[in-house]
Structure formats: C-alpha cells, structure tokens
Design a protein around this ligand. Sequence first.
Ligand SMILES: [Cu+2]
Length: 161
Amino acid sequence: MVVAYGTNIEIVLQDTSFLNVENHPNHVHGHNFFIVGTGFGNFNEARDPAKYNLVDPPERNTVAVPMGGWAAIRIKADNPGVWLIHCHIEEHTSWGMAMAFVVQNGHGPSQKWPSPPPDLPSCYSINYCLVILRLAIFCLINMLIMVSDVALNTLIIGKRR
Ligand SMILES: [Cu+2]
C-alpha cells in the first residue's frame, strides 16, 4: 500500500480464524494510531463504524485484536518511509501476519527523507566490494576457527576414551 503524505488510513484487523483463535497484538512502525473500535465476531462494514469512538479514542502503537473479533485503527500517515505492521508474536510474523505500507514524501522540509550522503557507497563501487570482501574474510576465519575447534574437541574427547 502506497499513500500520499498526510493520508488518513483506516485498517480493520480481523481475528476470526476457524482453527486457532487467539489474541494478536498488532504493532505499527513509524506511527501512533487511534483505536476507534473493537468488537467480537466479524466486522460489519454497514453496522460497526456507527459505534466508533471518534471523540476520545486511545492513541497507541500496538492494538490487541480481540480473540474472535476485530479492531479498527486510524493512522495519520505523516512519517515518510516504509513501515511494517505486524503481529508482535514473532512466530506469527514468520507465518505472514505482517505487511508494509509506504508513506510518500510530503512537500515541507520536515516532510521528506534527506538525500543520501554523497559518499554513500553504491552497490558496485570499490568501497562496497571491500566491505563485502572484509565480510567474506571474517566469515571464512570464523568458519576455520569453528572447524578447528570441533576437530580439537573431537581429538580431546577421542584421547579421553
Ligand atoms: Cu499473532
């Protein structure tokens, strides 16, 4: 999802699975949001928005979506970047309970990302190659240490028997 700077986003998080209904604490990066509504069962687009709290909704960065229910959140997209929304149970994130949304730059000076520094190495520059080469040498040395350690331990254990 790509949105213009300043867009108001409403997301309804639905938690009514057939097999394993459980609480999913959903966290949004880069923004706070307002929890305008929660309920049990499936969200009804024709009925449920009328019950939203638009007067003093709680402002959070994480919402516990009720077991067997839903939570509606509203985000003011005023922080340019790529932001993750995910269940904060890491295992669930690995199952795919995650998405990202992109907030485009605005027009004001504090509404856009600064340009990259002029000395930022490009992917094919010599500096980038040197970084990769250093990493490769570091990994190789670590592997050699691990292999020699295992070999030494095997030798020591072998001598003890
Ligand atoms: Cu979860």
